[in-house]
Design a binder for this molecule. Structure first.
Ligand SMILES: [Zn+2]
Length: 207
């Protein structure tokens, strides 16, 4: 499957799982000569391959529809993470709800409740709130992306960079599922995975 078809398919899948309310959420992939991105004001469930925005290596829009207004966030993360080939950013309901909670751990905003969030997402960094489109938000995202592939933008939503689009989408979905658990367990005494249990999951397989 080519890059355009894959991006459209993943966008539809995220929309089908109700992870992109309205026209929210945007996706990008690194190509050989720039980036493909979802357009502004587009429903992720109703995209076609031709409409995707093509940006050159300097981030200039060169073909397709006008790119998402959140393109600068994507470009900043790619600059900081040479390993990243795809980014998924959502306004998925439960992850946004957690992003609105006070007292989140800025370096571990989604707790290690299950092995899956540890393996598919890793540690999630909280990005302090700034209004959409504000250049300071781009700089805060850039700063946190240096050390974390998964970010939770306060009062906004998750943004994940990964080596493949499939991995980025899976991580964004896992963040949403973990956020549901955080909310379900609110006020209850949940057992988190221990430091040792998390370390064991992060070790590369020995065979
Ligand atoms: Zn957003």
């Amino acid at each position: 499957m080519n890059d355009r078809d894959l991006l459209v398919e993943i966008a539809r899948s995220l929309a089908a799982h109700s992870l992109s309310p309205g026209t929210s959420g945007n996706i990008s992939i690194r190509t050989g000569n720039g980036w493909l991105m979802t357009p502004t004001n587009a429903r992720l469930g109703a995209l076609t391959p031709e409409r995707l925005s093509l940006l050159d290596t300097d981030g200039n829009h060169v073909a397709g529809d006008t790119p998402t207004k959140e393109a600068p966030l994507h470009l900043a993360v790619y600059e900081e993470r040479p390993d990243a080939a795809a980014i998924v950013h959502l306004h998925s309901t439960h992850a946004v709800a957690v992003a609105c909670l006070e007292d989140l751990d800025p370096d571990d905003a989604l707790p290690p409740l299950t092995p899956y969030v540890v393996m598919r997402v890793g540690r999630v960094a909280l990005v302090p709130y700034m209004p959409p489109g504000d250049a300071r938000l781009v700089e805060l995202v850039r700063e946190r992306a240096r050390t974390h592939g998964a970010l939770l933008l306060a009062n906004h939503g998750p943004l994940v960079a990964a080596p493949t689009l499939e991995a980025a989408a899976a991580a964004a979905e896992e963040m949403e599922e973990t956020a549901k658990l955080v909310l379900l367990l609110d006020g209850k005494r949940a057992r988190r995975l221990t430091v040792e249990e998390v370390a064991e999951l992060r070790q590369p397989p020995t065979s």
